[in-house]
Design a protein around this ligand. Sequence first.
Ligand SMILES: Nc1ncnc2c1ncn2[C@@H]1O[C@H](COP(=O)(O)OP(=O)(O)OP(=O)(O)O)[C@@H](O)[C@H]1O
Ligand SMILES: Nc1ncnc2c1ncn2[C@@H]1O[C@H](COP(=O)(O)OP(=O)(O)OP(=O)(O)O)[C@@H](O)[C@H]1O
Ligand SMILES: [Mg+2]
Ligand SMILES: [Mg+2]
Lengths: 156, 156, 165, 165
Amino acid sequence: SRARFLETFAEVRREFRGLFEQLFDGGKADLELLEPDQPLASGIEIIAHLPGKKTQSLALLSGGERALTAIGLLFALLKVRPSPFCLLDEIDAALDEANLDRYIGVLVDYARSHQVIVISHRPKVMEAAESLLGITMAEKGVSQVISLRLAAQQEG
Amino acid sequence: SRARFLETFAEVRREFRGLFEQLFDGGKADLELLEPDQPLASGIEIIAHLPGKKTQSLALLSGGERALTAIGLLFALLKVRPSPFCLLDEIDAALDEANLDRYIGVLVDYARSHQVIVISHRPKVMEAAESLLGITMAEKGVSQVISLRLAAQQEG
Amino acid sequence: MHLKRLELVGFKSFAQRTRIEFGAGLNAVVGPNGCGKSNIADAIRWVLGEQSVRSLRGSRMEDVIFAGTDKRPPLGYAEVALTLDNSSEALPLPYKEVTVTRKLFRSGESQFAINQTGCRLRDIHELFIDTGLSKASYALIGQGQLDSILSANPMDRRMLLDEAA
Amino acid sequence: MHLKRLELVGFKSFAQRTRIEFGAGLNAVVGPNGCGKSNIADAIRWVLGEQSVRSLRGSRMEDVIFAGTDKRPPLGYAEVALTLDNSSEALPLPYKEVTVTRKLFRSGESQFAINQTGCRLRDIHELFIDTGLSKASYALIGQGQLDSILSANPMDRRMLLDEAA
Ligand SMILES: Nc1ncnc2c1ncn2[C@@H]1O[C@H](COP(=O)(O)OP(=O)(O)OP(=O)(O)O)[C@@H](O)[C@H]1O
Ligand SMILES: Nc1ncnc2c1ncn2[C@@H]1O[C@H](COP(=O)(O)OP(=O)(O)OP(=O)(O)O)[C@@H](O)[C@H]1O
Ligand SMILES: [Mg+2]
Ligand SMILES: [Mg+2]
């Protein structure tokens, strides 16, 4: 329904703005309805203004800046409408160390109340995880799992 | 011309097979003409057989395995028909530490006789480089260059 | 509701029966290139009813069955079982635990089950409607897929919000 | 022939006149996300005659001109000069050094030069034919572009070999 969409849009927009500022340690971002008078048929524009820089099209952002902006929108959606668990495969690949730290801040905060499964090559992500599942191929071509650390399973 | 294409194809194929084996510490790969009797109009198939595993379509390979296979083909082309310099922007992003080491081996070997400019976030790549160019934004939004290390410029 | 464990046998590189336990909060799956991490992500997507062969990186659905190595022969089927804690009764079933199973034989024959009772693929799809697992494409982000959240055209982005709404 | 230096002013985030010296062998360009590394790659591509705005991540060619920050106003033009060592006479010019310059004003007016002598864009294109810089798309791999070497269809891959042949 129209009301429900507008309500969800407002919530996601609010979360996105907050997360962007946290992930970029400044700057501001926004979501806009391209056709505000036809919300149920309108496309959505993403506006990103990095700290100190001029607002430009997303295309001109760097690889790492785009990844961090996408992470902001992703977690905004996850916070507003969580899924029983989420599965994120190497979404940190383009982040430098400083941006990685801020991403991990958002990830750990979200994981306090939601189950998250991340696949990652980054040591800092491994350190932040409550459960660590190692995958190996002791025999070539055959995968095995080693539970390196297992957090208690939550209730409910 | 047909002869020149077939000659180049044979050379690139030979280099690719050697580089693949070096990058994957085993296994074998190949390039095939889909229509060998019409070489000037034929597409090219890439066959990759990872050590211990069965030959499968490239699509089933992992992110890092695909990257390393692409690096093998890239350097095969560069060796057969070098360019005055080449510019590689973050091609090591998907590689784990072990694959990164083998890639750096190929990169350093090639750079002994060819000029290469790589953009990278990986410390091992920085250590291997003869010249190190640091880019910073002391003033937000304005890039500056710091020459951290500069190798002698080659003759000719 | 959350994911308790995943059991796989014959699924891609998981030739041997493997049981993976997940905990609350943040779980990190780690290992070298090509060891099978994304294959686990594929298994989860597959057992939840993924029908797009391309999104599982195959050309035929049969490609998910262990194809063998130079030391082992191919296997005849792939089977994945996903067990969720349902104490909150987010899933419309009167059980504290819900296990969804999918099995595919090389013949092309498929079997599906919910808590050991045979069912059809569409029963699995319907089970997850309204949970955010079937319709929330933003809940399962595959390798290399993050950028598409931004590069999608304005109408595709709008679909993400429809899923959340 | 090899790259000696690159000089930029007003090109993307390089507001100030900047001179970048390259050495023989392996050069690594490093720095945090968004500091301007790929912008340097764009500058090299642009001064060699790149006409695809999309491959430079813009929507109009004017997007390569420094757009300003919250402390600095936009600039009126972008200029990039690439200097190559030509002792081996790989380029068909009787000079030991060849400098190619490209300048774009906000008005849309463009200027090109080879060793300070004004020329047209096509003269720059023709200068590099047969060097492996104009036709070797495999010599300039942009961020995120590595996989396309594999994901390209068989005929596109064949074009890579045509470039090398
Ligand atoms: N049906 C199959 N039978 C056997 N092996 C398979 C099958 N399908 C895929 N594989 C193998 O699984 C491997 C890929 O695994 P996966 O994509 O999970 O790696 P990964 O751990 O995610 O690595 P990366 O860190 O590089 O992304 C490939 O080597 C591939 O050959
Ligand atoms: N015309 C312009 N004027 C001012 N700034 C610009 C202009 N065009 C691009 N930029 C800025 O340049 C930055 C991107 O730089 P670049 O892509 O070179 O980063 P990078 O160093 O490659 O980072 P990463 O490691 O994330 O790939 C963006 O923040 C963008 O806003
Ligand atoms: Mg993977
Ligand atoms: Mg970049």
